[in-house]
Design a protein around this ligand. Sequence first.
Ligand code: GUN
Length: 294
Amino acid sequence: MSVIDGKSLASQIKAEIAQKIQYYTSKGLRPPTLAVVMVGEDPASAAYVRNKMKACQEVGIKSMDIKMIDETTESELIAQIHSLNADKNIDGFIVQMPLPAHIDANKIIENIDPDKDVDGFHPLNLGKIMLGLPALAPATPKGIIEMFRLMNINLAGLHVVILGRSNIVGKPLAMMLLQKRQWANATVTVCHSKTQNLKQIAAQADVLIAAIGKPHFVKADMVKSGAIVVDVGINSIPDPFKKSGYRLVGDVDFEAVKEKASWITPVPGGVGQMTVAALLQNTLEAYEKNLNLL
Ligand code: GUN
């Protein structure tokens, strides 16, 4: 078994991005700018946002932190989005999810300018991704595919089983891995909460991708010997030995599964790092398009 070092792979991507930004700014251009909108004070979301902004700083992307109170109305948030859409100096922005229950996330996403949608959540971007057309792709699926590319793992013809059908991971990842192109060409099965014989299907996977949000859901008996296991889960579980009182674990029972897998991603230090790197790639792409640099 070998552990995939997401941190080191993400550093490679970040170094490439930093180099490009340095080139552009040396020519007198302004740096790329990302705005991050967060509504409310969910501590997990706040931690993700801090990570994203720190990563921006590392590569030379200017980031803007827009915090809105929990009581923000849907129309106030939409007004904020329209103002970011209109601002020529903002290349891309994201609205951190989840949003408070009184706000319809789909309505919010539909209001984002697709060219500034660096999360790749807008229906137009997702539709293009499904068709295999160039578009801003959702960060986590893009980061996972980048991880395979950098590790030179060719998925052509392999059976990839994805556990989870979310709009931000499972569904777009399935579409992206299905494309007729390099670093894709997989045979894809998507399992979910209503799937019968999920264990047996998972155990047939050459590549098993867990994105269901259930701590330690994937056990050793669900994994074929020699499979590649990718853990997308970030779950907080109580841990009296930690100062914070909790620790982060994935959807995979890492200790048991690592003995059977050929490659496995850890949590933390795996897919999460790649997601942030892909967000930076998308921001650079949006900037290059905004400034007509391509
Ligand atoms: N919440 C969990 N993951 C994500 C993400 O990739 N983007 C946003 N905006 N919110 C999230």
